[in-house]
Design a protein around this ligand. Structure first.
Ligand SMILES: Cc1ncc(COP(=O)(O)O)c(C=O)c1O
Length: 389
């Protein structure tokens, strides 16, 4: 059954024999030129003109007022949660169906994740399940804070994730969180180039976070970005990620325990080149997704399309294309057949509540998470070039 699919992917990428990766970066002379410029400037570490330029370009592209570049997306999430006020002992609502960084960043703050179910159509946090959990467990006290009735712990924030690049119903999530006084930090690590209407994912919450890992739409080798419209938060997060060093021409003075989380100029130079490619990459990735959608429609496979039906105006970057298979057995047979044939596919993440470190965390009912985790597979999704050198 998978033979037709394997043939189609090999045709799509024009690769009759070679292994086909899940997501390969597109890079070339442009990156070499920029990185050489960074070397020639002697600024290769966390200060330099490319860092500032990369921050400006990402801010402009996503429509955020401020952007702060970090060493990776996990560090960006950690710093964003810290400046959002997440403290040891707090509870933070999120989805169990995510890459582990979302959960780890919450844990780094000394807080504990609370898992809420995802939606079938968006693969991301379900605003209805979010409301249900909050109505069952939360109370807003006289101090204005929201607390878990049973444990008395503060429920501080919510971290929805735009799974595989498909926008969650972020407006509904923000509305629920506003009602309960929770800060929203969007994990938009996978969704650079994904919008709801005219607004980019990552700009609906108080802060949004992107990743530029080598497997993302654009890469800096390793890198991340925090975006926000809140000037005070932007200043604070830049300070915290720069070892909390007080600005001074020569003196080294730090006013709190900060982090060495800033993106090196070398990586930012690479990122500036990649930003020039971004529009072309998005066009190419959409064409790949459309080809899959058409082939799947004809062959009777269930391709995961951007969730426009439930999320009006949602436009996905189609970071990783995905198929829904009938059950776990069909999924495993598909993974074995494709990977043995050199066409890389993989399952979604093991849900966080199934991992030993997070198995004891509070959670709502997770039926959709459980099902998607054993039936959805990712399929080769690299852009086929972008027209640049
Ligand atoms: C959903 C999600 N959150 C966070 C991250 C962390 O990003 P990084 O690998 O840059 O630390 C990633 C990807 O790697 C991710 O997919």
């Amino acid at each position: 059954m998978s033979e037709g699919f394997i043939r189609f992917v090999r045709e799509l990428y024009g690769e009759p024999d070679a292994p086909i990766p899940l997501h390969a970066p597109v890079m070339g002379n442009l990156e070499k030129k920029r990185v050489n410029e960074a070397i020639d400037s002697t600024f290769v570490s966390s200060v330099g003109a490319f860092v500032t330029q990369f921050e400006h370009e990402v801010a402009r592209f996503v429509g955020a007022k401020y952007a702060v570049a970090t060493v990776n997306g996990t560090a960006a999430l950690h710093a964003a949660l810290r400046v959002a006020g997440v403290q040891p002992g707090d509870l933070v609502l999120t989805q169990s169906l995510s890459f582990i960084a979302t959960c780890n960043a919450i844990h780094y703050c000394g807080a504990e994740p609370v898992f809420v179910d995802v939606e079938e159509a968006t693969l991301g946090l379900d605003p209805v399940a979010l409301r249900v959990w909050l109505e069952q467990h939360a109370e807003i006290r006289a101090d204005g804070g929201t607390y878990d009735r049973a444990s008395g712990r503060r429920i501080r924030a919510c971290v929805p994730m735009h799974t595989l690049g498909h926008p969650v119903r972020i407006q509904s999530i923000v509305a629920v969180c506003d009602e309960f006084g929770l800060v929203v930090i969007e994990d938009a690590a996978e969704s650079l180039g994904s919008f709801v209407g005219a607004r980019h994912t990552g700009t609906f919450g108080r802060l949004g976070v992107f990743s530029f890992n080598g497997n993302k739409v654009i890469t800096t080798g390793g890198g991340g970005m925090i975006v926000t419209d809140d000037e005070a938060l932007a200043v604070r997060v830049k300070h915290l990620t720069t070892t909390a060093k007080k600005p001074h021409l020569w003196a080294f003075e730090h006013d709190e325990v900060g982090f060495n989380y800033r993106l090196p100029n070398l990586n930012a130079a690479f990122g500036v080149a990649q930003m020039a490619r971004l529009p072309g990459l998005l066009t190419s990735k959409r064409a790949v997704a459309e080809a899959y959608q058409q082939w799947c429609g004809e062959a009777g496979w269930d391709f995961v399309v951007e969730p426009q039906g439930v999320n009006h105006g949602a436009r996905s970057n189609y970071w990783l294309n995905a198929l829904r298979l009938a059950d776990e057995g069909a999924r495993d047979a598909f993974l074995a057949a494709t990977n043995h044939a050199g066409v890389m596919t993989r399952p979604l993440w093991t849900p966080m509540h199934r991992l030993p470190m997070y198995a004891q965390c509070p959670r709502g009912a997770l039926p959709i998470t459980e099902r998607l985790a054993v039936t959805v597979v990712n399929i080769p999704s690299s852009a086929r070039g972008d027209g640049l050198a």
